[in-house]
Design a protein around this ligand. Structure first.
Ligand SMILES: Cc1cc2nc3c(=O)[nH]c(=O)nc-3n(C[C@H](O)[C@H](O)[C@H](O)COP(=O)(O)OP(=O)(O)OC[C@H]3O[C@@H](n4cnc5c(N)ncnc54)[C@H](O)[C@@H]3O)c2cc1C
Length: 419
């Protein structure tokens, strides 16, 4: 059996590893545009100097050899020919497959703001090369504008400020991390970031990047009125799935490549996993993009089982969750961060070092934020995933442990009710 995987990141590597465990004899080839294998989640540690290039790797040097995988880095795939079961590289080489996995991830979106697409010192943070360029450029440039205060923008700002660079973080929303946190939690981080030297401008739109005659970045105009001097811009305004290689095929694409519960696309023997695909998410109860690392790993694993012929469905794909740790303060958030209307109830607990909040609807948790103390995040996650009614536990909802769900029957047997 010839297994071909396009992409060597979270989803692709997870799939290859699982295929090899299940099929000792199959021929596995991984092709990827990237030259190296590394975790994107740690790129900001490379910018800040906390990790070297080698410390970004998430597999051993011997991984490909040990798993008997043919690894072709620096190979871009431009077309998929489903009728004769082959893919085409940028150099025109045709590679046949029996089972194909598309794990091409996503790429940053650059909004159409005057100057932003033409300026010389404009960067995004997606690849190791981007991180290297930002690190190199920020040695010479000292005033950096980061557009977008989602996780990637915040990571970038923190990586740079720790190098004593003057960083301004601009966010369209009312607070930073608007998709991950509520206003209270966001404000706690904002105050912390300001103390560490990051300039924050929320409710703000970058209207223009001013360039000199040689297209060098000189300044930015915020909200059409304020001019700030900048000499380097990092754009962190979201990502879009890399689906161009399937545009001439019958593979169904909505926001991303649409897959079924087995990670199979609308075409037999072609699978997709990770940021590039749109799969069923249990919290929102719909097929959606789930661009987080653990979801990509899980989807790669499910694809592998089905590619070797063992039917296996993606269950509990619970991807509306975020974990972060900035300047020593850890936070985990799940699902909703603000109650949409009066049909939701809110429980909160605040003290000097922690902020915790649960949003529920008649006892069924719809969202949670645990900031400062994340010790019972596992329990809360499980309560959400299994839709356990917490009505009887509201008094001690922030102190629950798994032990609270054990009970003893009349016969002396233990029951575990958290399932
Ligand atoms: C800066 C940053 C920080 C992040 N932090 C977190 C975090 O803290 N927690 C979290 O859960 N997630 C985080 N993420 C998101 C996480 O990195 C992604 O969800 C994850 O990398 C998706 O994995 P993937 O395998 O689907 O695709 P990607 O990691 O995007 O990899 C895509 C692969 O496909 C290859 N490829 C693409 N196009 C082609 C082509 N045409 N031909 C051949 N090869 C191709 C690429 O070379 C690459 O190997 C972060 C992302 C970034 C950028």
């Amino acid at each position: 059996m010839k297994y071909v995987i396009i992409g060597s990141s979270a989803a692709g590597i997870s799939a290859a590893q699982n295929i090899r465990q299940l099929d000792n004899d199959g021929q596995i080839t991984i092709l990827a545009k990237d030259d190296e294998i590394y975790s994107r989640c740690m790129l900001h540690h490379f910018i800040s100097g906390e990790r070297s290039r080698d410390q970004l790797r998430f597999i051993d040097d011997e991984f490909m050899k040990e798993h008997n995988i043919n690894w072709e880095p620096g190979t871009k795939i431009i077309e998929v020919h489903e009728s004769n079961k082959s893919i085409i590289t940028e150099k025109g080489l045709e590679i046949p497959y029996d089972k194909l996995l598309i794990a091409t991830g996503s790429s940053p979106v650059i909004p159409s703001i005057p100057g932003l697409r033409t300026g010389k010192q404009i960067y995004t943070l997606r690849n190791l090369k981007d991180a290297q360029k930002i690190k190199e450029a920020s040695r010479k440039k000292t005033k950096v504008l980061v557009i977008g205060a989602g996780l990637v923008g915040v990571d970038t700002a923190i990586g740079l400020v720790s190098q004593n660079i003057d960083v301004t973080l601009v966010e369209l929303g009312e607070t930073i991390l608007p998709l991950q946190l509520d206003k209270t939690a966001a404000k706690i981080y904002e105050d912390l970031f300001i103390k560490q030297g990051i300039n924050i401008k929320t409710n703000s739109k970058v209207s223009e990047i001013i360039l000199d005659n040689d297209e060098n970045v000189k300044a930015a105009i915020i909200n059409n009125e304020e001019k700030i001097d900048v000499d380097l811009v990092v754009v962190a305004t979201g990502v879009q799935p890399n689906t161009s290689l399937v545009k001439e095929t019958d593979i169904k694409v909505n926001d991303g490549i649409v897959v079924d519960e087995c990670q199979q696309t609308s075409i037999k023997d072609i699978y997709a996993a990770g940021d590039v695909c749109q799969s069923y998410e249990v919290f929102n109860k719909e097929k959606m993009l789930t661009p987080i690392w653990p979801a990509a790993v899980k989807q790669g694993e499910i694809a592998a089982y089905n590619m070797v012929g063992i039917e296996c469905e993606l269950v509990n794909n619970f991807a509306i969750k975020n974990s972060m740790r900035f300047f020593g303060v850890s936070t985990i958030s799940y699902g909703l961060t603000e109650a949409p209307d009066d049909n939701y109830q809110i429980e909160t607990q605040n003290n000097a070092n922690t902020y915790q909040k649960i949003i529920h609807q008649n006892g069924i948790i719809k969202g949670a934020i645990l900031m400062g103390d994340i010790s019972n995040a596992g329990v809360i996650g499980r309560l959400i995933r299994d839709e356990i009614d917490i009505s009887g536990y509201l008094n001690n909802i922030f102190d629950l442990t798994y032990a609270d769900f054990f009970s003893q029957t009349k016969e002396g047997k233990f029951n575990y009710n958290l399932s």
